[in-house]
Structure formats: C-alpha cells, structure tokens
Design a protein around this ligand. Structure first.
Ligand SMILES: Nc1ncnc2c1ncn2[C@@H]1O[C@H](COP(=O)(O)OP(=O)(O)OP(=O)(O)O)[C@@H](O)[C@H]1O
Ligand SMILES: [Mg+2]
Length: 258
C-alpha cells in the first residue's frame, strides 16, 4: 500500500552564521514498504528525517527523487489522488478552539467532500473510540492537550482513508490517553489499513508495530520486527541503538574529514 524506493529530499536554508545557503540532506535514499493491515514504526532521534518522510508519504511535499507509491498511485505524479487516500496527523496539529468537536468534524467533512450524515456518523464513531463522546458538544477552548490531540485524530480519519500516517501520535500524552490512541491504531490495522507512525520512544513500537525502521541522518538503518531489530544490533534498548548510530556517524565524519 505504501512503497518508497530510494527516496531523497533536501532543503536549502541560510546558514545562521555565514548567511550563505546551506543544503540539508534530510532524507537520503530511504526505501521501505508498508502493506495493508500492517503497522510500521519509523523510529529515530530529533532531526533524523521522520517527519520529512511522513510528509512525503502524505503528499504534503514532493521527493526530489526516487519512487513513492501510495495505494497503487504514483504519489509524485498524482499527489492529489494519493493524498486523498491518506489520514495525516502532524505533530503540531491545532484545533479551532471556538468550535466543538462535532462542529469541527462537520466542517472538515464538508472540506473533504464527505456527505453530511456520513461525516456525522463517522465522526461520532471516532469520538466514541477515542472516549470523547461526552465532549462532542463542548467548546474546545478548555480542552487538555490530550483531548485536542484526540480531536485532531478523529479529524484526520474522517474521510475513511486507506493509509494512516501519524507523526508522533502519543508524544505528550499520559499512558491512558496514549493507550486509547494505540488501541485505535490497532483497529485501523484490523480494518486492513496501512499505518505508519513515527516516534522516538521504544515502548510504543513494541506494543503495536509489526515492523520498524530506524532512521538516522536521513538513512534507514535496519527494517525488522521491533525485538529482532534490537537483537540484530546487539542492543537491549533503543537508546543504545541511537548511541551506536551516533558513534558510527561520528566515526564516518572523522574518516571523511581525514
Ligand atoms: N521545511 C524545512 N526546511 C528546511 N529544513 C527542514 C525542513 N523540514 C525539515 N528540515 C530539516 O531536515 C532535517 C530532518 O527533519 P525532520 O523534521 O524530518 O526530523 P524528525 O526526525 O521529524 O525530527 P524530530 O524528532 O525533531 O521531529 C532536520 O535537519 C530539519 O532541520
Ligand atoms: Mg518530526
């Protein structure tokens, strides 16, 4: 359902000190596949390239090169078509606080061309799954960050997408709220959707991911079920793997500089 082959993405930014243009190679030849009914975890430290990869899968930005297919659609040639199949949750998703969840979902249903009664039914079903039904008609200005996150999730899933792309969906959530979100992702899997989530913590991937890819410096290091991945790197924790990768990257940079 999702297929990336040798995907690259660079950004040009102004260097803060020299003010000269500087190239950042955010994603440097990433390849992986996520099948229907599978949850794939993209793991990596800050700045590794997780969000950039997810934004490309959601057709919010185009790769510079490589192949990207979403639901059999060439996402580079037909981004509008592939985007329509994707639920995307950003890390900084805001809700309109003057609205209630029901009003917000109604509005997004209209934006996405979902018929009003269908949007209402799906929206209420999602709020129920997220344990938010009793807040459906409460203005969101007093909502906690977890409640807002859950409304953002319902909003993302309203158009019944085949592919679910969630960027750090449980960051900042307490364990109970996080569990609600993970349970919903399991439902998405059981319904045959392809799910990709990013995170920088291991417990979440251990609980729900069928496979994980570790991303570091824009490259994928390993692609396997969570436990196998730790075993293959002879590590007990993910932190250990990150330290290993940092040391390897430093050694490679020193080697290049010499
Ligand atoms: N729109 C952009 N313009 C310029 N640089 C960008 C842009 N988006 C990402 N980058 C850079 O690309 C690199 C990868 O960023 P990305 O947001 O994909 O990392 P991440 O793995 O999601 O990190 P985090 O865990 O902090 O969210 C970083 O060096 C970042 O500064
Ligand atoms: Mg990110």
């Amino acid at each position: 359902m999702i297929r990336l082959v040798d995907v690259h993405k660079s950004f040009t930014v102004k260097d803060r000190k020299t003010r000269k243009p500087k190239r950042i190679d955010a994603v440097q030849g990433i390849s992986f596949e996520v099948k229907a009914g599978e949850i794939y975890g993209l793991l990596g430290p800050n700045g590794a390239g997780k969000s950039t990869t997810l934004r490309m899968i959601a057709s919010l930005m185009a790769p510079d090169s490589g192949t990207l297919e979403v639901c059999g659609v060439d996402a580079i040639r037909e981004p509008d078509r592939s985007r329509a199949a994707v639920a995307y949750l950003a890390t900084d998703m805001n809700v309109y606080e003057r609205f209630t969840p029901r009003e917000l979902l109604r509005m997004f249903g209209e934006f996405q061309g979902v018929e009003a009664t269908v949007a209402e039914r799906r929206g209420m079903h999602l709020l129920e799954k997220l344990h938010l039904t009793e807040f459906a008609d409460v203005k969101m200005d007093g909502f906690s960050s977890g409640q807002k996150q859950k409304v953002g999730i319902a909003r993302a899933l309203l158009h019944d997408p085949k592919v679910v792309v969630f960027d750090e969906p449980t960051t900042g959530l307490d364990v109970l709220t996080a569990k609600t979100v993970l349970d919903l992702l399991r439902v998405m899997k059981s319904e045959g959707r392809a799910v990709v989530v990013s995170t920088h913590v291991m417990p979440m991937v251990e609980q729900i991911c069928d496979r994980v890819g570790i991303i570091y410096d824009g490259k994928l290091h390993g692609d396997a079920p969570p436990r196998e991945l730790l075993k293959s790197r002879n590590a007990l924790t993910l932190d250990e793997v990150f330290f290993q990768l940092a040391a390897e990257s430093e050694a490679a940079a020193l080697g290049k500089g010499a």
